[in-house]
Design a protein around this ligand. Structure first.
Ligand code: CTP
Length: 253
């Protein structure tokens, strides 16, 4: 490996820095051809939380950091996939962003924008991982001017499309992974959601009391359309990413 370029010991800047540990490991795995089981596969990931503008200052949003989707994207990349990430308003660390080098990132703001790119990209993909938290509604009218606080008693909303359900219509043989961020772990509801969304795999997690959103760790249950039910004890979002990709690969056959 070449040394990294950056600030050195004094005021000087140039090649000479020790590469980041993650970059060394990635190079090592690539050099020995470790786990390239997604070679020749295309993986499409959505991540982050959509924002639906009310006026130039305010929006309807959610707490998703984009961390889980970014973890899936970089894991798929490391396993040899060609990866596209439709990312809505992420809050990633520098290291997490660096792990996305080599991923094609499409930044979006709203659910409607995400929908447009999904329609374009979905037919070209083998696996869709829908980890984005999509706002279920948007303000019916965007106000060009900042709304004065006295006029904010009510905001009329319009329903956003269910992106997964609508994209399922374009389905050929793609494997679809959905997420369900709930405030309880109800397996029966999650199974019904798996079917309703037309997904092959669903990750159910309990985000009560500020858990999981924005964190680096997660816990929950993976359900699959072929009947598997896998408990995920407190683990890193990177480990869950690997597990979801393993399950997707099983279903890809
Ligand atoms: N999702 C979507 N389009 C939406 C809302 C959600 O594609 N408008 C996707 C999410 O990306 C996630 C899955 O659907 O993968 C489940 O999201 P969730 O918010 O749990 O489901 P909802 O359909 O919104 O159901 P509810 O809020 O009634 O539980």
């Amino acid at each position: 490996m070449e040394p990294e370029v950056g600030r050195l010991t004094g005021d000087d800047i140039g090649p000479g820095r020790f590469p980041e540990t993650a970059a060394i490991i990635e190079n090592f795995e690539q050099a020995i051809g470790a786990k390239k089981d997604f070679l020749g596969r295309k993986v499409l990931v959505t991540a982050g939380g959509t924002r639906e503008a009310i006026d130039p200052v305010r929006y309807i949003g959610n707490r998703s950091s984009g961390r889980q989707g970014a973890a899936v994207a970089s894991a798929a990349l490391n396993r040899g996939a060609e990866v596209t990430l439709i990312m809505a308003n992420s809050q990633l660390t520098e290291e997490e962003s660096r792990a996305l080098q080599g991923v094609r990132v499409i930044p979006v703001e709203t659910a409607i924008e995400m929908h447009q790119f999904l329609e374009e990209e979905f037919p070209k993909t083998d696996v869709l991982v829908m980890s984005a938290a999509v706002a279920d509604a948007r303000p019916s009218q965007y106000s060009e001017g900042k709304i004065k606080k006295g006029d904010l008693q009510q905001i009329e909303l319009s329903e956003n499309p269910d992106l997964l359900k609508s994209i399922a219509r374009l389905r050929d043989k793609q494997i679809v992974v959905a997420f369900a961020a709930e405030t309880s772990l109800n397996i029966e509801i999650a199974k019904a959601k798996l079917v309703a969304k037309g997904a092959n795999i669903l990750y159910l997690n309990d985000v009560s009391e500020g858990a999981i959103f924005g964190a680096t760790e997660t816990q929950g249950i993976v359900l699959t359309s072929n009947g598997a039910q896998i408990e995920v004890p407190n683990s890193s979002k990177d480990s869950l990413a690997e597990l979801l990709l393993d399950q997707a690969l099983i279903q890809l056959g």
